[in-house]
Design a protein around this ligand. Structure first.
Ligand SMILES: Cc1cc2nc3c(=O)[nH]c(=O)nc-3n(C[C@H](O)[C@H](O)[C@H](O)COP(=O)(O)OP(=O)(O)OC[C@H]3O[C@@H](n4cnc5c(N)ncnc54)[C@H](O)[C@@H]3O)c2cc1C
Length: 292
């Protein structure tokens, strides 16, 4: 398979890339990051960009920095594998390497980028739900302006974010975790490296006497974008966690807030079953980690 013809730009700086995407973005030009999703889509002619602005030569977009507030700042072009193996990431946001372990295979993570996996907004992608649970902030730049948006605003629908045609996602801020916070990522896929049938990312914060102070639970694979388990959190918040309460809280989300579809891989009933089992497992693990 071969892609349709396109113009190719290889900028050496961010300002050059912003200038080029401002010229071609409105006419169907696209950003090329790791190419692990875009290039196959072009080869199958599912995507036919008129031009590609390739960010691979822009060294200023490749970095992982710890921030003064205890979080992380990650350049959009940092390879998934680099993020997965980074010591600051393991320490400050261990859920990121945990979820990246599930993302495709090491060879794909060697080339795929942290920003690309978020900008691609795959409803079965691991990073969007982790971004929703931890409330990542996204730096979007164009030739004319610069803005920050949070995860709730960034993910719009299947393969759709709030990025404008002339904007580039340049950096991702991962906020610091509370001292008594724990996280957990769980998913089920049919085989290693395959898309998840259902997955869940959880952040739980405990207070001094072990009650649930706050948290966020985000599901993947059950809708067009990450789904927040608000019903579960409102039952959990302010209470001492027990097995019965956790099961009841997750059940409330699974029955009231999730509307999974069926396909050749799984029925609606099986996806609901997974959402219940994975939700309970994820909340329990996050609580155990927060209590340490
Ligand atoms: C066999 C296989 C298995 C896979 N399994 C998984 C999986 O389990 N989970 C998963 O999440 N992904 C999976 N992927 C996809 C992979 O993670 C991709 O790398 C990722 O989705 C896109 O990252 P990329 O850097 O390759 O982006 P690209 O493919 O280059 O771009 C993807 C899209 O995002 C846009 N984009 C990229 N970067 C930016 C930016 N900085 N600013 C603005 N727009 C941008 C592009 O224009 C394009 O529309 C798999 C891929 C393969 C080939």
């Amino acid at each position: 398979m071969k892609p349709a013809s396109f113009e190719y730009y290889a900028p050496r700086s961010l300002s050059e890339a912003l200038e080029q995407i401002s010229q071609v973005g409105d006419d169907g030009g696209k950003i090329l990051a790791g190419g692990q999703s875009l290039v196959p889509a072009m080869n199958f002619r599912m995507a036919q960009p008129t031009a590609l602005v390739d960010l691979n030569g822009i060294s200023e977009l490749f970095y992982v920095h710890p921030t003064d507030t205890g979080g992380l700042m990650i350049g959009a072009m940092t390879r998934d594998r680099v993020v997965e193996l980074d010591e600051n990431v393991k320490l400050r946001a261990p859920i990121i390497p945990e979820c990246l372990h599930w993302l495709a295979h090491p060879t794909i993570r060697n080339r795929g980028t942290f920003g690309g996996a978020l900008a691609h907004s795959d409803p079965a992608g691991q990073l969007p739900v982790v971004a929703a649970a931890l409330q990542f902030n996204f730096k979007l730049q164009s030739k004319k302006s610069e803005r920050w948006v949070n995860a709730d605003e960034f993910f719009v629908s299947v393969y759709t974010t709030c990025l404008e045609a002339d904007e580039i996602l340049t950096a991702i801020e991962v906020p610091a975790l509370d001292k008594r916070a724990g996280t957990s990522f769980q998913q089920v896929s049919r085989q290693s490296g395959e898309s998840a049938l259902v997955g869940v990312a959880t952040l739980i914060e405990l207070d001094d006497i072990g009650k649930i102070k706050d948290g966020r639970i985000a599901y993947m694979g059950v809708a067009e974008k990450p789904v927040m388990a608000n019903a579960a959190m409102s039952l959990l918040k302010g209470n001492k966690p027990t097995n019965a309460l956790i099961a009841e809280a997750i059940h409330a989300t699974v029955t009231e807030e999730l509307d999974p579809g069926a396909d050749i891989h799984a029925s609606v009933e099986y996806r609901r079953h997974l959402a219940q089992a994975l939700g309970v497992k994820s909340v329990n693990e996050a609580i155990a980690r927060a209590a340490k």
